[in-house]
Design a protein around this ligand. Structure first.
Ligand code: F6P
Length: 364
């Protein structure tokens, strides 16, 4: 029997378990591979003794409906920049990639499937260049990974955000308030854009479109003038209000992939108040609720299919490739292509036109 190692890296996302189950089922169907999972990304391989579990039929039974990942994950597990704590309590990063590739081979693994976003796939590509037989599966609720039309988890995140938005509309209406809802989206405003259209927002602020406070205020006032005594705003965590900076929670910890964003919704509220916005304003930050919970049916289907496809790529020896969903087909693309840039919202995208003609202001 050949041995396949599977792991989930970076932030979690609804649908990860469905991918894992898909890989295990495809391997059982084919009959020549045993599948194992490394716990907490590559940390399971680094550990002594290793923390690697055999993924049996029983272990993956019914997990496709569950959020999170049975393999756990970390965003501080980059083998090329592995964080280690020194005796004085400070941290530094070291390159443990050679040790990792050597250990994976010594453990008898013939191939690896890395399920993760841009950070994880950048690691996949470099490990591939270092001689590892690796296949990538794209994951992010932000839907900003290049070379795939969609990532699983995105549709669930949009549904979660839309459900929350709907709730905020009714309370906004009762109190004649302006409600600001902050959603995830570091570099790309896909979640905000879809939620604004689905929910019927008045204002949608995304990282790709620079906005001006005076334009947002104008839109709010127009809304109240028309007799609609409430207003709903969706803002991406990575959006910038003209003159301001991207709002971060704290600085990046050693070995972490990204600086933590959050709080731009509150910043917008205080700027609007300072600018004399008449109605009361409240902010809701959805945060990780968008990453948690049960995947919607569409994401279960997409993630399961991606798991099957990932195994097929392994079987065919198509290493250095990532599963991709393009024009309603599952294909493979070089991982290198997927990590070459972010898929951000193009100003000419049809959804921008849709939103504008529905009366949604981008504050530009
Ligand atoms: O990349 C996906 C994402 O959901 C971003 O939108 C968000 O900024 C980030 O993850 C949060 O990551 P963490 O769980 O490390 O705070």
């Amino acid at each position: 029997m050949k041995k396949l190692l599977v792991l989930t890296g970076g932030g979690d996302c609804p649908g990860l378990n469905a991918v894992i189950r898909g890989i295990v089922k495809a391997a059982r169907y084919e009959g020549k591979w045993e599948v194992y999972g490394s716990m907490e990304a590559f940390n399971g391989v680094f550990k002594d003794p290793v923390d690697i579990v055999k993924l049996t039929k029983k272990k993956v039974g019914g997990i496709h409906v569950k959020g999170g990942t049975i393999l756990k994950t970390t965003n501080r597990g980059n083998p090329f920049k592995f964080p280690v704590q020194l005796k004085d309590g400070t941290w530094k990063t070291i390159d443990r990639s050679k040790e990792l590739v050597g250990k994976i081979k010594k453990l008898g693994f013939d191939a690896v499937v890395n399920i993760g976003g841009d950070g994880s796939q950048t690691i996949s590509q470099t490990l591939f260049e270092n001689g590892l037989n690796i296949v990538g599966v794209p994951k992010t609720i932000d839907n900003d990974l290049h070379a795939t039309d969609l990532t699983f988890g995105f549709t669930t995140a949009v549904q979660t955000a839309t459900d929350s938005f709907d709730r905020l509309v009714t309370t906004a209406e009762s109190h004649h308030r302006v409600m600001i809802m902050e959603v995830m989206g570091r570099d790309a405003g896909w979640i905000a854009l879809h939620t604004a259209i689905a929910g019927g927002a008045e204002v949608c602020l995304i990282p790709e479109i620079p906005c001006k406070l005076e334009n947002i205020l104008k839109r709010i006032r127009k809304r109240y003038r028309k007799g609609k005594g409430f207003c709903n705003i969706v803002i991406s965590e990575g959006a910038k209000i003209e003159g301001g900076e991207v709002i971060t929670i704290n600085k990046k910890e050693e070995g972490e992939e990204h600086i933590k964003l959050g709080g731009v919704g509150n910043y917008l509220r205080s700027e609007l108040e300072k600018a004399g916005c008449e109605p009361q304003i409240r902010t809701t930050i959805l945060g990780h609720t968008q990453r948690g919970g049960t995947p919607v049916a569409f994401d279960r289907v997409l993630a399961s299919s991606m798991g099957i496809k990932a195994f097929e790529l392994v079987e065919a020896g198509e290493f250095g490739k990532m599963v991709s969903f393009q024009n309603h087909k599952l294909v493979s693309v070089p991982i290198k292509e997927a990590i070459s840039k972010y898929d951000v919202v193009d100003k000419n995208h049809y959804l921008i036109n849709t939103a504008r003609k529905l009366g949604i202001s981008f504050g530009d």
